[in-house]
Design a protein around this ligand. Structure first.
Ligand SMILES: [Zn+2]
Length: 282
């Protein structure tokens, strides 16, 4: 991880944060006072959105400056209660210059349904993200949040916070925003694909080939999370329990979670009968 080198003038960074907030608000990935955005101004100063303000109408003067411990240095409003995870991101990664937290609709919907987005579905995602993890549920505004995201930030630039939203990091706020946009787009495509029927994740060999190509192109090696299954979405371990962190090494499915052979036979019999009835009606 290369540390960031350039320092953009503060007035420009203010403009960038306001622009990013407007984009997130316009896409409907935050409403009212949701979400927060921050940027590193210098090694010990962070510019961030304050608490309790609508990000669609916020101005550059509403932003506040804090130190690396979250104490306000300048500005009128208090810092966001979610600033702890931003501080964790800057502390964990010297390459991070911008952090974006939003509440993107499809990403949150997947986390509520207990369905992981960590499967490799689209080739460009293998290049850009590797896997998209879902963190364990943590109580918003408490130190549980930074403690949990710190574990994932080591390997990932974009993650879904269970029942809460997204966290993306980049060299600046626009880079962090682009990752949010890409992650939510994947979530939307996946949602639509799942409406059409079972989805077909990339096979292990296809993922390995992509990683080889990525290495050849000089792209950083992205981490791929192990999943219960890489060729179907029907195995019992696929829908991880909502209280468990998603996308980690799966525990062996409980015996009672497996469909019993008699259930399977009954399902096949019902499906066959339905098909036969439909054919008879034609
Ligand atoms: Zn939030």
């Amino acid at each position: 991880m290369q540390p960031r080198r350039t320092e953009t003038p503060e007035r420009e960074v203010r403009r960038h944060i306001v622009e990013v907030c407007r984009r997130i608000y316009a896409r409907g990935w935050i409403t009212s006072t949701d979400g927060n955005v921050s940027a590193l101004l210098s090694p010990d100063r962070i510019l961030c959105t304050p608490t309790g303000i609508n990000k669609g109408t916020m101005s550059e003067d509403d932003l506040i400056v804090i130190d690396r411990r979250g104490n306000k240095v300048s500005g009128t409003r208090p810092p966001s209660s979610e600033i702890l995870m931003h501080l964790a991101a800057f502390d964990a990664r010297p390459d991070v210059g911008g952090v974006v937290h939003a509440h993107p609709t499809n990403c949150i919907a997947f986390s509520l349904a207990g369905i992981t987005l960590a499967q490799c579905l689209l080739p460009e995602i293998v290049f850009t993200f590797g896997s998209i993890p879902t963190t364990a549920y943590t109580t918003p505004t408490t130190p549980e949040v930074p403690d949990e995201v710190r574990k994932w930030l080591r390997d990932f630039d974009a993650m879904i916070l269970d029942r809460h939203g997204s966290l993306t990091v980049g060299t600046d706020v626009f880079a962090a925003y682009d990752k949010l946009e890409r992650m939510e787009h994947v979530a939307e495509i996946t949602f639509r694909a799942r409406m059409l029927g079972p989805i077909r994740p990339l096979a292990r060999e296809q993922v390995e080939r992509l990683r080889e190509v990525g290495r050849g192109l000089g792209l950083p090696d992205r981490k791929i999370l192990p999943l219960p299954c890489d060729h179907c979405n029907a195995c019992p371990g696929y829908h991880a329990p909502a209280t468990e962190p998603l996308g980690r090494e799966p525990a062996a499915p409980a015996a009672e979670a497996l469909p019993r052979p008699t259930d399977v036979n009954a399902m096949i019999r019902r499906a066959t009968e339905t098909m036969e009835q439909a054919l008879r009606r034609r």
